[in-house]
Design a protein around this ligand. Structure first.
Ligand SMILES: Cc1cc2nc3c(=O)[nH]c(=O)nc-3n(C[C@H](O)[C@H](O)[C@H](O)COP(=O)(O)OP(=O)(O)OC[C@H]3O[C@@H](n4cnc5c(N)ncnc54)[C@H](O)[C@@H]3O)c2cc1C
Length: 445
């Protein structure tokens, strides 16, 4: 039997490959870039290495933790796990701090709000009343609306939205509150805060995302008879009404009867579009894939003096361009910080130099002791995530396509989650079900 072919070696494609390998089905994984990992990978600039953007995982990433365990990753060594603790700085000093205690969920959330420092009772009561309402309604709403509309409907004042809901929405959906889908936001809140206190924990990578997942995943796939082809772009998929035949790359053709297409939606549309003439049942899917919008994320890595250290592994900011600052000295990289600006905004038109100048100025206003950074590297991922806008769920495709043997995987498929690592892995795993059934049926004969 020909090996299932997975096109795209991002986290979704790797998840599909691990899941199939784990079921005893070796795969061929094809990735166009020199290294796998897609939007979550290690990059090198001369002798300095960091991720293509700062990532934060949470305890509710159950599939991520499961696949890491399958690949034999030592979680203690690779991940720093802590109870959720947000501290926000503004006007040169600490403004608010919320730490969730180790209590059964969702009591831990209520206690965290009540005990929060720097928040008025009126703000705390608004947060508790909205959280109660969400709990009672099972974190569901009938018709989607924007996060801003939902919060206004629940009586949240604009100061409360700015202080807490907005940073939470942008951090999780990477979409501004006036555009972001309330349905997706509620799903994230439900999974992060209501099941177990451990789900709200923050998980930070001690090394980089490739050491955490990508490298162990590739090793696992290869050690179990699979192939990973890097620097190999798939240019065409050959399918006709008689079935799936092969994929065509720059320098070879690979026979296939099962394909998982694990590229971003725009690339999937390019590969599927030429097939629609013979296979009109794909037309609607191609149309949906073209409708996705995208949101950017900027990460500015800053190398300060080796003794520089923030009071917490990461802190938030009020009213500045920089939204979050992560201190990598907490994971063994003295003086290295990552400043994050998520989603589009008035900064979108600014030059790199203007952004660097503004962000470094804002940081030194709050943490004068840091001094000036010795070096900085700015990574602007223009299509960091699909935009989790109102009603985006209506265009998100299922894993199964109208063509038997052809599945889709990627954070953009219908997981109910925003564009996240966990969403990508959930999708990768779900995309394998048809192949596993097919393989099991074939091996019965
Ligand atoms: C800067 C940044 C910060 C983020 N922060 C977080 C965070 O804090 N927490 C979180 O959970 N998520 C975060 N995300 C989102 C997360 O990284 C993505 O949701 C996830 O990586 C998407 O994985 P994917 O496999 O679906 O897609 P991709 O990573 O886009 O993978 C698709 C792969 O397909 C390959 N490909 C495309 N076309 C072809 C072709 N023709 N032939 C062969 N290969 C092809 C691409 O090279 C790529 O490797 C962030 C993303 C970015 C960019």
């Amino acid at each position: 039997m020909t090996k299932p072919v997975i096109i795209g070696g991002g986290w979704a494609g790797l998840a599909a490959a691990i899941e199939l390998t784990h079921q005893g089905i070796p795969v061929t994984l094809i990735e166009s870039a020199k290294s796998c990992g897609g939007r979550a990978r290690r990059v090198s600039y001369r002798d300095t290495q960091f991720d293509n953007g700062q990532h934060l995982l949470i305890g509710a990433y159950h599939q991520t933790l499961r696949l890491l365990a399958i690949c034999g990753v030592n979680l203690e060594q690779q991940i720093q796990r802590s109870p959720l603790h947000f501290t926000f700085y503004g006007d040169g000093r600490e403004q608010r701090s919320i730490r969730l205690p180790r209590l059964p969920a969702p009591l831990h959330m209520a206690a965290g709000i009540v005990l929060a420092r720097g928040m008025s009772w009126s703000t705390k009561m608004q947060l508790i009343s909205a959280s109660l309402k969400f709990l009672i309604t099972g974190f569901r709403i009938k018709d989607d609306c924007s996060v801003e509309q939902l919060l206004q409907r629940e009586g949240q004042q604009s100061s409360t939205i700015k202080a807490l809901w907005e940073p939470l929405c942008i951090a999780t959906l990477n979409t501004p509150t006036h555009l972001a889908s309330a349905k997706i936001f509620l799903r994230v809140l439900r999974d992060a805060f209501t099941k177990s206190y451990k789900d709200s924990d923050t998980l930070l990578c001690r090394n980089d995302l490739s050491s955490l997942f990508v490298d162990p995943a590739i090793k696992f796939i290869r050690d179990h008879g699979g192939e990973v082809l890097n620097s190999t772009r798939v240019n065409a998929i050959e399918i006709d009404p008689g079935g799936i035949h092969r994929v065509v790359t720059d320098n070879t053709m690979i026979d296939a009867t099962n394909i998982i297409l694990a590229t971003p939606p725009s690339q999937a549309a390019l590969l599927l579009d030429p097939l629609t003439e013979q296979l009109p049942q794909l037309s609607k899917l191609v149309e949906s894939l073209r409708q996705f919008g995208y949101q950017p994320i900027i990460t500015l890595y800053l190398q300060y003096g080796e003794t520089c250290r923030l009071p917490h592994p990461f802190v938030g900011f009020d009213g500045t361009l920089v939204q979050w600052l992560f201190d990598h000295s907490h994971f063994g990289r003295p003086g290295m910080m990552a400043a994050v600006i998520s989603a589009e905004g008035e900064h979108s038109d600014r030059s790199r130099e203007q952004i660097i100048q503004t962000v470094t100025g804002e940081i030194s206003e709050h943490f004068a002791d840091l001094g000036e950074p010795k070096q900085c590297w700015l990574i602007h991922e223009k299509r960091a995530t699909f935009a989790s806008t109102v009603d985006v769920d209506q265009i998100r495709p299922a894993n199964l396509t109208p063509i038997p043997g052809l599945s889709l995987a990627g954070d953009y498929t219908a997981t109910g989650y925003p564009a996240t690592l966990e969403g990508a892995l959930m999708s990768g795993i779900a995309s394998t079900h048809e192949i596993i059934d097919y393989w099991n049926n074939c091996s019965e004969y």
